[in-house]
Ligand binder design. Structure first.
Ligand SMILES: [Zn+2]
Length: 487
């Protein structure tokens, strides 16, 4: 089992973040490159994380009242053209099907880059009266956006996501829904993935094509670059007008519906790697780890084998009965040290070691992935192993969030001087989050982007009413904004 992959050294994170990122994903067997350029294969350990994320987010989405549905992968090309900004935004990256069954199609079909158009086409058939509203649907699916430069999980031609689409009778209700979903994403990502976020509005330049307002949750990765982790769009009546989604209100007046759409994708797996990973490999938060605990039985003499394996099986049963996701590493022919490294690489939050002396003492050794070395080790009585291990997993979950939050705070800086911002953003890596006053004018945003490569990530909501000076033009600015170099 000691394959060549495992003997190859992982690129150190501090030396080459991008190289490290790819090494970790391949070595932890989350994903692999595919023969189709820009597409990736999700291996079982990677897909299991996505399933855990999906199941938890699905519960939270359904709690808001949305229901799951499924719409076709193929969309008539003419649909994309119905909303002017939408077509402009997506046309360059759309895959088009021109032939089917050996014949040229009368109308080409696009492979969905997002489903606003086809879903709203159907909404127009289903919505007639205010009694049909709100209509709140969510879809789990794949989408295709032809990417020229791809990166595992972060930018791939095909990716998996969920996309929610809702229609409401009033502007206020749709705006409320947009913010409700932003909050669902924020709490889900912070609680489940232990990834701290900043959140707020997008600038006009960063808005979703066809939206009146886009809200975002943004994480800060280990190299100081930001990653957009989820977005929620207030679409106003743009799509309702393009697709004629009209209803009779309570006064019997014809109205256009107010709409939202919102989504998160398999990018979140990239965030997990980049926020928590270290030179030893992945560090998975227990909430989303497909294996939360790995049990490593250790013996030297053949006569110790049976009792150690029996104890490991008992501990396994006790943990399993407590609904913990646990595996026993019974591989033969590799050393315990090899197994420890392997589980550390795979990011398993807790490792339990059982040797003959532990069995005699009625104890096991628990080793935390978030605190390496002796400081992260403790002895647990076999009789109380499930309870103690659960408590440790809770602690690990909290600690990973705390470590990530501390790092985010340490890498968030306020700037009042444009030259200092430029110096901060120089170089190949990130530069952290810059918290600055921006007047809101597009030319100041463009200047920052062109000269520092930092883009406006989020304009926080509920700001204190204070007036400052725009970091670029010096004119009065009444809002602060987060700028960063981003993935
Ligand atoms: Zn300005």
């Amino acid at each position: 089992m000691a394959d060549k992959q495992n003997e190859k050294k992982v690129t150190p994170r501090s030396e080459d973040f991008a190289g490290w990122y790819n090494d970790i994903i391949l070595r932890a067997e989350l994903a692999d490159y595919s023969p189709v350029r820009g597409c990736i294969v999700f291996r079982p350990d990677g897909f299991a994380i996505w399933e855990a994320l999906r199941d938890e987010l699905d519960r939270r989405i359904k709690r808001t009242g949305a229901r799951n549905a499924y719409f076709p992968l193929f969309i008539p090309q003419s649909f994309l053209q119905k909303e002017a900004q939408h077509v402009e935004g997506f046309a360059p990256e759309v895959a088009v099907v021109t032939h089917g069954g050996g014949k040229e199609l009368e109308e080409p079909l696009i492979v969905r880059p997002t489903s606003e158009t086809i879903i709203n086409h159907m909404f127009a058939q289903w919505i007639h009266s205010h009694r049909d509203l709100p209509l709140m649907l969510n879809q789990w699916c794949n989408v295709v956006r032809w990417e020229m430069r791809t990166r595992l999980f972060l930018r791939t031609t095909e990716f998996l996501w969920q996309e929610g689409h809702t229609a409401h009778a009033t502007r206020a209700e749709a705006e409320r829904e947009t913010l409700t979903m932003l909050e669902v994403y924020r709490t889900f990502i912070e609680e489940g993935l232990a990834v701290p976020l900043v959140f707020g509005r997008k600038s006009a330049a960063e808005r979703f094509p066809g939206a009146e307002e886009t809200y975002t949750v943004e994480g800060l990765m280990g190299d100081g670059r930001a990653l957009q982790c989820g977005t929620s769009h207030f679409l106003g009546q743009n799509f309702a007008k393009a697709f004629e989604i009209r209803f009779l209100d309570e006064q019997n007046q014809m109205q256009f519906a107010w709409q939202t759409s919102w989504g998160v994708s398999t990018r979140l797996l990239g965030a997990l790697v980049m926020v928590h990973g270290d030179d030893q490999g992945l560090r998975l938060p227990p909430e989303v780890a497909s294996t939360q605990i790995a049990i490593v039985p250790i013996w030297r003499k053949p006569e110790e084998r049976d009792q150690v394996l029996q104890a490991a099986a008992n501990v396994f049963q006790a943990l399993k009965a407590a609904d913990l996701r646990v595996r026993v590493d019974e591989r033969e022919g590799v050393t315990p040290g090899f197994k420890f490294n392997d589980w550390e690489m795979r990011g398993v939050p807790l490792r339990i070691e059982i040797g003959p002396r532990d069995v005699a003492a009625g104890e096991v050794v628990a080793a935390r992935r978030d605190i390496l070395g002796p400081a992260g080790k403790s002895r647990l009585a076999i009789g109380a192993v499930a309870e103690r291990a659960s408590a440790l997993l809770d602690e690990i979950q909290r600690n990973l969030l705390k470590q990530a939050r501390d790092s985010m705070v340490a890498n968030t800086r306020q700037f009042i001087d444009y030259a200092a911002l430029r110096v901060q953003m120089e170089g190949e890596g990130g530069g952290g989050l810059a918290d600055i006053y921006w007047c809101g004018k597009a030319e100041c945003e463009t200047k920052i982007r062109e000269e520092t490569r930092a883009t406006c990530r989020a304009i926080p909501l509920d700001q204190k009413v204070e007036v400052g000076r725009c970091i670029v033009c010096g004119e009065s600015a009444n809002e602060r904004a987060y700028f960063a170099k981003a993935y």
